[in-house]
Ligand binder design. Structure first.
Ligand code: MN
Length: 269
């Protein structure tokens, strides 16, 4: 937008109001993103499946002979590493839909609600969210937001610096909370933009055993919706009233991307 692009007073007022609110603290920015390094916990698929590489930083110069006045590095990473977005083409059910570069940016900013099932997940790491849970939540807190994000709080972010605890794997698989197949299908029929979780993926650790396997991936990606994973700090968000900004890299042909996820949160004056 150039300086002489016509804008209505209402538009100017909204943006001025946002900046004033950020300066005064009446709107706070909460970073929902896990810091990205070679130590960031990542998915470990069992044999015979192939895993992505972890993130790493390869320094090329650091104010030395290869670059005396600058520091720069190559990054090496899989798409689905750390806090990241799943685009529709990530799953076979969405293979003809958008890649991460083609997601309409308008859909990456929207209202968020937080469904807190951290007590249930603490009691049972295999806890699955059911349709009845969401409907009971809606009866208490109102409908899921059109064009918005459902953020599923399980308390799993407390393990986000510990690969073993984060995946919680034993000889019967990975035990992390998720969503039932029926609830995944139900969510896909709503008009939300996406579903965010604190765990390593948008499905439960043992979701390969569900029908269809990995039902949140299957139903959401197949309905032009998005997933975001490895979120943190959901405990700092209100049940509703936050606005989430999801910023994946526009990787052409990409099935996902590490993403910065920020929440704008109103605070009482
Ligand atoms: Mn993913």
């Amino acid at each position: 937008m150039t300086a002489d692009t016509p804008r209505s007073p209402a538009t100017l007022g909204a943006l001025d109001g946002l900046l004033t609110a950020l300066d005064s603290g009446s709107v706070e920015i909460v970073d929902l993103t896990n810091r990205l390094s070679s130590a960031t916990p990542t998915l470990r698929l069992p044999e015979p499946f192939q895993n992505l590489i972890d993130f790493s930083l390869e320094t090329v110069s650091a104010y030395d002979a290869p670059g005396p006045f600058w520091r720069h590095a190559n990054i090496h990473t899989g798409e689905h590493i750390g806090t990241h977005l799943d685009a529709p083409i990530h799953w076979v059910s969405g293979r003809d839909s958008h890649d991460v570069a083609d997601i309409p940016v308008r859909r990456l900013i929207g209202p968020a609600v937080v469904l807190d099932f951290s007590a249930e997940a603490a009691a049972d790491p295999d806890f699955l969210l059911e349709v009845g849970h969401v409907q009971a939540w809606e009866a208490e807190h109102g409908p899921l937001p059109a064009g918005g994000w459902v953020l599923y709080r399980t308390g799993w972010d407390r393990y986000a610096q510990d690969q073993e605890a984060f995946l919680n794997t034993d000889d019967t698989g990975s035990h992390t909370p998720g969503v039932s197949a029926a609830c995944a299908a139900w969510l896909a029929g709503t008009d939300i933009a996406g579903f965010g979780v604190e765990t390593v993926g948008i499905d439960a650790g043992n979701a390969a055993a569900l029908e269809p396997p990995f039902p949140v991936h299957y139903h959401l990606m197949g309905s032009d919706k998005y997933g975001i994973t490895s979120l943190q700090n959901l405990a700092q968000l209100p049940v509703r009233g936050a606005v989430v900004v999801v910023a994946p890299l526009p990787i052409v042909g990409g099935s996902g991307s590490p993403s910065r996820v920020l929440a704008l949160v109103p605070r009482g004056a």
